[in-house]
Design a protein around this ligand. Structure first.
Ligand SMILES: Nc1ncnc2c1ncn2[C@@H]1O[C@H](COP(=O)(O)OP(=O)(O)OP(=O)(O)O)[C@@H](O)[C@H]1O
Ligand SMILES: [Mg+2]
Length: 397
């Protein structure tokens, strides 16, 4: 039997919601997991829970009910729900981005047909769909090693796994990512945020800077005040675009919970919550976890990452998971001279310290994220293809 379609209903009338839930459960093919009373609330739920389908009541204004969802979530199957049966109204709804339309009062036979159609669309879409992973590296304290992790993890994912990786610097106006890679950007996130509507792979290619490792970098804007020129909504759109172009989108974030950072956290497949193994840092991390929980983004996507790790008897690593109620994803060993030298020389750890424990940590971390690296020959073939598509100019290494 096919897996039931995980759905969200955006509908004010509880009776209609209850009926669809009941009929869906009876069919075994529809799993109504979430309900929302407004499009805005529904959009927030789609960001968090990524349902397969949204059943959206469109009476009144199909464009304002369906349009925002269809634009922000191009892969979301939208089933519009309407009491109006007029052809013109139906056309307007479909033009706004709905995939199908169901009339109220909902009849079992019509719902079954709609579910069948959605199932088929899912089967058609799944093999072809390209959706990269968003990995946000976050710490609510500065200097914990967030950028070091974002940069060197990206390197391992691109170099060892042949992944198409972009590092996005959301530390607007204060970002360090370009310094870590020693690259000079011409364009920044500001350009993509403003022109996201016309962003195809070629356009994105013109905005990013490519490092010799293969990692692409989308820099933060040059001026501090530029931060105010980008909205959380634009960050969401931009990340959705990048996710459809790259295998992995790594985001370096500021240490405060501003709207843009929250947008990135909400959209993430993995949040690496960076902490040090000392009491002040752990206390701060605990506060982040509490806020994640209040925002509804504290689930198995959030993983603790111990940075600058020095084993100590007072706080054993093993005790952290229980205290924080969060798995420890990895511990990056402390190696201040090596990391500092890498930063000061604008070179990645793999370039200046191959084989060192701290360098290997990023290779292992990459493996934990995406699985074992493919055999070398296969990787070479993959890169050749990617170079053609993305016109990668990589230094001979
Ligand atoms: N694994 C490590 N071992 C030892 N020192 C480290 C390690 N990772 C980072 N550091 C040091 O910590 C400092 C901060 O690193 P980094 O810039 O990556 O942190 P950050 O959290 O991004 O800081 P910021 O708040 O400035 O953005 C650097 O001086 C770096 O050398
Ligand atoms: Mg940083």
């Amino acid at each position: 039997m096919r897996e039931a379609i995980r759905s969200l209903i955006i509908e004010k009338d509880p009776e209609t919601t209850r009926l669809i839930d009941l009929l869906g459960r009876r069919s075994g093919s529809l799993d109504v997991r979430w309900t929302a009373g407004s499009v805005e609330e529904g959009a927030g739920m789609v960001r968090k829970f990524r349902p397969d389908m949204a059943i959206v009541e469109v009476d009144g204004n199909p464009a304002s009910a369906v349009g925002p969802l269809s634009r922000e979530f191009p892969n979301l199957y939208i089933l519009a729900l309407s009491a109006t049966r007029e052809a013109e109204y139906a056309l307007e709804t479909m033009r706004a981005g709905a995939h199908d339309l169901l009339c109220k009062p909902v009849r079992e036979v019509d719902l079954s047909i709609a579910i069948e159609k959605a199932q088929k669309a899912r089967l058609r879409k799944e093999p072809a769909e390209r959706r990269g992973k968003i990995v946000t590296v976050f710490s609510n304290k500065g200097g914990n090693g967030t950028t070091t992790i974002a940069a060197n993890l990206s390197d391992a994912l691109a170099t060892d796994h042949g992944k198409r990786v972009v590092v996005v610097d959301l530390v607007m106006g204060h970002g360090d990512v370009t310094m870590f890679f020693n690259v000079t950007p011409t364009y920044t996130v500001l350009d993509l945020a403003r022109n996201n509507g016309k962003a195809d792979p070629e356009y994105i290619d013109s905005l990013i800077v490519r490092h010799s490792s293969g990692v692409c970098i989308l820099a933060d804007p040059p001026r501090i005040e530029d931060a105010d020129k980008i909205s959380a909504e634009q960050v969401r759109d931009m990340l959705a675009t990048l996710r459809s172009t790259f295998d992995v989108v790594i985001i370096d974030t500021p240490h405060q919970f501003d709207e843009k950072t929250l947008a990135a956290l909400e959209m993430s497949d993995t949040v690496l919550l960076v902490t040090l193994l000392n009491l002040p840092s752990l206390k701060n991390t605990q506060r982040s976890i509490e806020l994640f929980a209040r925002l509804g983004i504290f689930d198995d996507r959030v993983k603790l990452l111990l940075s600058r790790y020095l084993p100590n008897d007072e706080i054993p690593k093993e005790s952290i998971e229980g205290i924080m109620n969060c798995p420890v994803f990895y511990a990056v060993p402390n190696d201040y001279p090596t990391v500092l030298s890498s930063i000061n020389r604008g070179m990645l750890l793999s370039e200046i310290a191959p084989g060192k424990e701290v360098t290997d940590a990023f290779r292992k971390m990459a493996e934990l994220l995406v699985g074992p690296a493919a055999p070398r020959e296969a990787r070479k073939r993959k890169r050749g293809f990617l170079e053609k598509v993305f016109r990668l100019e990589r230094s001979a290494s």
